[in-house]
Ligand binder design. Structure first.
Ligand code: ARG
Length: 447
């Protein structure tokens, strides 16, 4: 059954190709499609397009379908194109004529838009809270190992003294910035497209503000044509936020691979967390971090993929847009898996002390030797020249973290300031599952 069937038997190969992977992908939208439909039904009664008893019947049927899906997972049948069609089919078979009224005043175009936005909001929120867990872990490692010095590198050459406090803290602050992009994506996403129908509105007197309130949208997405045009724009914002967090994880993974190598040996993990080789008995490999690096590098191509998919598309609905779902849904899953495994590893990381006692790193103290002279009144350039003469074979007196006082230096990490910034940036994120909406909306059954 196709919703748009008009007595012509569609060629099966065409149906298969156009449905593509939607029968699986759309399952992520089931709960939100039902919740969106419940809000739509409440609104249709509000504007007189459904009677009270029709609204009640539809709400009950939608709610029990929601509960069925929670326990069994509602499947999309082979001859059904997508989740929107499947749910409409279920309503028609349970309620007959009343069930067939559910599609009044909407199109699958605004239906899929609202589903994606509700799903995306939940995924963004889940991702933000997961990123927060990693942030807190990195900050606590930074505090715990605040005083342990490591060499800081530029051009991959030992440059200046750094610390595990600075290193862990740097990646924590990077996540604080990733949250800003996620929050921007959330704010763009949280506008209601429902009621824009196929992209050109409808002559039915819909109350779009009501569905916005019922679904916790910040406001309407006003212009009907923009609503369909916005498919791709939200995905681009989300993809950029995911890519940004991907960049943080990828670079952290690269540092870890390097710091775990035998030449560095700055950090290590318990045996259960490293991998071996089938031929070389000595190997302790950082496969987890190599895979995080690879997967988050691929995630950084997501904005490019969204751009390619949408470039040169005319306004209005185009079927190309269907493929955005796969890209972005997979993006959320990939990101989540990478952060979860990173968290596990960070809960088990071991760090080595006394690294900078190695004479190999003598020269990382030379810049501060220059500054010591500068403090006695010698011009910087002269001091620099004098110390350059000493670089070949001297050992410089070692700076300690209390020598560093300015904000963001190893002696003054400002972790508390970064934490409060992070918490402030977390304020838009909520944790409201679809089930909470379903419970709220079933409360609109009236006598
Ligand atoms: N599966 C479609 C998508 O994700 C749903 C909308 C179909 N609308 C249409 N006019 N063919 O885009």
């Amino acid at each position: 059954m196709k919703l748009w069937e008009k007595g012509i038997n569609p060629e099966p190969a065409i149906i298969e190709f156009t449905a593509g992977r939607d029968r699986q992908t759309d399952l992520a939208l089931t709960k939100w499609d039902i919740v969106g439909s419940m809000a739509h039904v409440i609104m249709l009664e509000n504007v007189g397009l459904l009677s009270k008893s029709e609204k009640n019947e539809l709400l009950k049927a939608l709610h029990s379908l929601f509960e069925y899906d929670e326990e069994n997972t509602l499947l999309i049948e082979e001859d059904v194109e997508d989740i929107h069609s499947q749910i409409e089919k279920e309503m028609s078979s349970i309620l007959g004529t009343t069930g067939r009224k559910i599609h009044t005043g909407r199109s699958r175009n605004d239906q899929v838009l609202v589903d994606i936005r509700l799903y995306t909001r939940e995924e963004i929120d889940k991702l933000a809270f997961l990123i927060r867990e990693l942030f807190l872990r990195l900050q606590s490692l930074s505090e715990q190992h605040r005083e342990v010095l490591i060499p800081g590198y530029t051009h991959m050459q030992p440059a200046m003294v750094s610390s595990f406090g600075l290193w862990f803290g740097a990646y924590a602050e990077s996540l604080a910035d990733d949250i800003v992009l996620l929050s921007a994506a959330r704010s763009l996403n949280n506008q209601n497209p429902l009621g824009t129908a196929a992209g050109y509105g409808t002559t039915l007197p819909l109350n779009r503000r009501l569905t916005s309130e019922l679904l916790d949208f910040d406001d309407l997405l006003f212009n009907s044509a923009y609503a369909s045009l916005s498919r791709g724009k939200i995905e681009m914002a989300v993809a950029s936020a995911i890519a940004s967090a991907g960049q943080t994880l990828s670079r952290l993974s690269m540092d870890i691979c390097l710091y775990m190598s035998t030449e560095f040996r700055f950090i290590d993990f318990p045996d259960e967390y490293v991998t071996g080789s089938s031929i070389m008995p000595q190997k302790r490999n950082p496969d987890v971090f190599e895979l995080i690096r690879a997967r988050t590098n691929v995630l950084q191509t997501l904005p490019g993929q969204v751009a390619m998919l949408t470039s040169n598309l005319p306004s209005g609905y185009n079927r190309d847009l269907q493929l955005l779902k796969q890209l972005v849904f997979d993006g959320f899953n990939e990101m989540r898996e990478c952060i979860e495994i990173m968290l596990l590893m960070m809960n088990n990381i071991r760090i080595r002390k006394n690294i900078t006692d190695n004479p190999l790193y003598n020269n990382i103290f030379s810049t501060e030797e220059v500054n010591r002279l500068v403090k006695t009144g010698i011009p910087f350039r002269d001091a620099y020249k004098a110390v350059s003469q000493m670089v070949k074979n001297s050992s410089f007196s070692r700076t300690v973290i209390s020598d560093y006082v300015h904000e963001g230096s190893i002696g003054n990490l400002c972790n508390a300031e970064i934490a409060s910034l992070f918490e402030k940036r977390m304020s838009p994120f909520r944790n409201t599952p679809a089930s909470e909406f379903a419970e709220r909306l079933i409360g609109h059954i009236s006598d």
